[in-house]
Design a protein around this ligand. Sequence first.
Ligand SMILES: C[S@@+](CC[C@H](N)C(=O)[O-])C[C@H]1O[C@@H](n2cnc3c(N)ncnc32)[C@H](O)[C@@H]1O
Length: 197
Amino acid sequence: MSLPTALTLSHQLIQSVLQPGAWAVDATVGNGHDTLFLAQSVGDQGHVHGFDIQAEALARAEALFRKHQVQERITLHQRSHDQLAKTLPPDWRGRVAAVMFNLGYLPKGNSSIITRCETTLPALSQALEWLSPGGILTAVLYTGHPGGKDEADRVLRFAATLPPRQYRSIRYQTMNRDYAPSLVAVIKSKKQTATKA
Ligand SMILES: C[S@@+](CC[C@H](N)C(=O)[O-])C[C@H]1O[C@@H](n2cnc3c(N)ncnc32)[C@H](O)[C@@H]1O
């Protein structure tokens, strides 16, 4: 048996939650591999919205989707993921089964264009708000690039301080390898307790 990487485990966890016909979001489309995985998991009755700030990433991703003939079930936005709440269809609020974040920079792209705490943290908050009860958010964190460790620490703190009645958050990381990516996964409770005004 081999232990999964952080990214593989994120796919496995999401796969266990996503049903055909579900709605999902990729908050960092990049080359499109995670969006493709989401689109294949939700099937032709489901839909995926994807965000990336780079035109180059979206162009590569679109080519991948066409190759796999899943472009009809994906809507892409060249927009920062902290615009998620302003961008998703209003009827998606509270009904998104899975949201993926794969942070850092575009592989084989400009490594100075990276995800940043100022937008990552608001995007994570919005994503949790839009998740359905029982839905899952995953974030793969990288620390090998400038700014990565700070962002990873802030995301870990965010996940560690979520109210335990509403969310369960876990962390997974290879311990004996420098700069090994870590996975944060957050499940939204099926039973949401009303918060007092
Ligand atoms: C590690 S890559 C994502 C890999 C991708 N999921 C895949 O399957 O290939 C991170 C991506 O986040 C994008 N990004 C950076 N800041 C962003 C932001 N504020 N909103 C959305 N995407 C952002 C980068 O352009 C880059 O393409």
